[in-house]
Write a protein that binds this ligand. Structure first.
Ligand code: NAD
Length: 503
């Protein structure tokens, strides 16, 4: 049997439980339907086939989940660090043990290629392992001593938190938010994206089988405007960790205002990769291709704008076109597939619309620019050349395997174009001139820059964006800044003089 057929056979076994029972909520340690009994349908983007029903939750379900998270909070907060660490480690082990099942379900649910999703499942385990190691130091404070007071700062978990995740790499992103929340001592209500609910359910089950106490982590499925909104408005939920579109980020900030929610927003991007004429062009070519066409380009950190120095433009673009045309589009379950289908019809139509927009704006569709087949949401990897930064294809997040190439003459112009977008998540700089690399890295408005490299995530480092790309940082101790409150305790060291009133 071919690798593809083997994966199809294995997936069929894994999907059976979803076909039989649908994707239910999980609240207070119990699988539940939505209180209204309402369900919605979930389809695969690969062949548009029906997968299963999903619970369509509303305010009442979110209320149940939030109250359950609030009730479970004191015991989870006060659990000795050693025990909490052990639970998180068991979750990491259990994710690894079921990595193949998770990857296959994720491929079918999202259209992401197996070659990347098998790694994403392992990354999910790493997120739990990394944050389990941080449990013992999460509450650490400082002694900021003054002559008269011992000033102790300490940290306490903020309380029950809401986690709202998008459909792109949903498994990995859920672990990325939930692992540090649990490590900090917070309890969680998770609302996954309606378009990709399968692996959030697997993850939750894994956590409970690993010994997570009931109520510590609750799963509520449903639409953003119902279940998501109710979560952002619930008074028992103290903070919202959100990953999604920039305009949804604004919306949930408004929704959370009445209950004064702390918000962490990881939003969209239109990230530049700047290639100077003195760069190692072979390595730059590999990285440019990888950072926009892997994960179907449905990736917040994708380098969707190539800023190429005019002197090397023609040669670099010619090589790019040749490689882009060879990228293998196909069934995501096939381990040799490099690009699978886009997540669904609406997103497919959005991405396809930019193929027309590019032509209307006067850019050249140098590769791709069309659908592949007539079933499923496959598009050809696409390259727009002869673009300028004012065009919509240069300003708007397309969120697909679509690269816009813009030329620049010198460093100053590269920086000006790089920064002339509403977003500021990542930037990539290719040059062998060390001081130029530092100058450009410093000048680009972005939360993260990689020099002569693709995006390589190192968990202790801060992850997050500026401008319309977000507010807040994840990673290392920065995650705990969000999930915990800093607390000051002052101890008088002696009989320092207390002001007397009415004496
Ligand atoms: P989206 O904003 O449409 O949805 C994200 C989540 O928010 C979903 O679970 C959705 O149900 C929920 N939601 C929608 N409306 C809501 C509301 N009114 N109240 C509460 N919740 C609501 O985003 P998407 O299309 O699922 O994901 C793609 C986007 O995510 C892209 O813009 C991408 O750049 C971004 N993203 C950013 C990062 C990052 O780290 N910066 C990472 C991954 C994805």
């Amino acid at each position: 049997m071919s690798d593809l057929n083997q994966n199809i056979a294995k997936l069929d076994v894994h999907l059976q439980r979803f076909r039989d029972h649908g994707v239910l909520n999980f609240i207070d340690g119990v699988s539940t339907t939505a209180q209204s009994g309402e369900l919605f349908d979930n389809y695969s983007p690969v062949d548009e086939s029906y997968i299963c029903k999903v619970a369509k939750s509303s305010v009442a379900d979110v209320d149940h989940a939030a109250k359950s998270a609030a009730a479970a909070f004191p015991a989870w907060r006060d659990m000795p660090a050693k025990e909490r660490k052990a639970v998180l480690l068991r979750i990491a082990d259990a994710i690894e043990a079921r990595a193949e099942e998770i990857a296959l379900c994720e491929c079918w649910d999202t259209g992401q290629a197996f070659r990347f999703m098998s790694k994403a499942a392992i990354r999910g385990a790493e997120n739990f392992r990394y944050f389990s190691d941080q449990v013992s130091s999460a509450r650490d404070g400082k002694n900021l001593r003054s002559p008269t007071l011992m000033n102790i700062t300490t940290r306490v978990p903020i309380g029950p938190v809401g986690v709202i995740t998008p459909w792109n790499t949903p498994f990995m992103l859920s672990t990325w938010k939930i692992a540090p929340a649990l490590a900090a001592g917070c309890t969680v209500v998770h609302k996954p994206a309606e378009l990709s609910p399968l692996t959030a359910r697997l993850l939750m089950e894994i956590a409970h089988e690993a010994g997570l106490p009931k109520g510590v982590w609750n799963l509520v499925n449903g639409l953003g405007e119902d279940a998501g909104r109710a979560l952002t408005e619930h008074p028992a939920i103290k903070a919202i960790a959100f990953v999604g579109e920039s305009r949804t980020g604004s919306l949930i900030t408004r929704q959370g205002a009445d209950t004064l929610k702390r918000m962490h927003l990881e939003l969209g991007g239109k990230n530049p990769v700047v290639v100077f004429e003195d760069a190692d062009l072979d390595r730059a070519l590999d990285a440019v291709i990888f950072m926009i066409y892997s994960i179907n380009g449905e990736r917040c950190t994708s380098s969707s704008r190539l800023l190429i120095q005019e002197s090397i433009r023609e040669e670099f673009e010619a090589k790019l076109i040749e490689r882009v045309n060879r990228i293998k589009v196909g069934n995501p379950l096939d381990p040799s597939t490099e690009i699978g289908p886009l997540i669904g019809e609406e997103h497919f139509n959005k991405v396809m619309s930019y193929f027309g927009i590019a032509g209307d704006e006067g850019a050249c569709v140098a590769a791709g620019g069309s659908r592949v087949g007539d079933k499923g949401y496959f598009v050809r990897p696409t390259l727009f050349t002869l673009a300028n930064n004012q065009m919509r294809i240069a300003q708007e997040e397309i969120f697909g395997p679509v690269l816009t190439s813009i030329s620049f003459s010198d460093e100053e112009e590269a920086i000006q174009i790089g920064n002339d977008v509403p977003y500021g998540l990542t930037g990539y700089v290719w040059t062998n001139d060390l001081t130029r690399a530092l100058r450009v890295s410093d000048a680009l408005e972005a939360g993260m820059i990689w020099v002569n490299s693709e995006n390589v995530r190192h968990l202790p480092t801060p992850f997050g964006g500026v401008k319309a790309s977000g507010i807040g940082r994840d990673g290392g101790d920065w995650s705990f800044d969000f999930y915990m409150e800093q607390k000051h305790i002052g101890f008088a060291l002696g009989d320092h003089k207390i002001p007397k009133l009415g004496a």
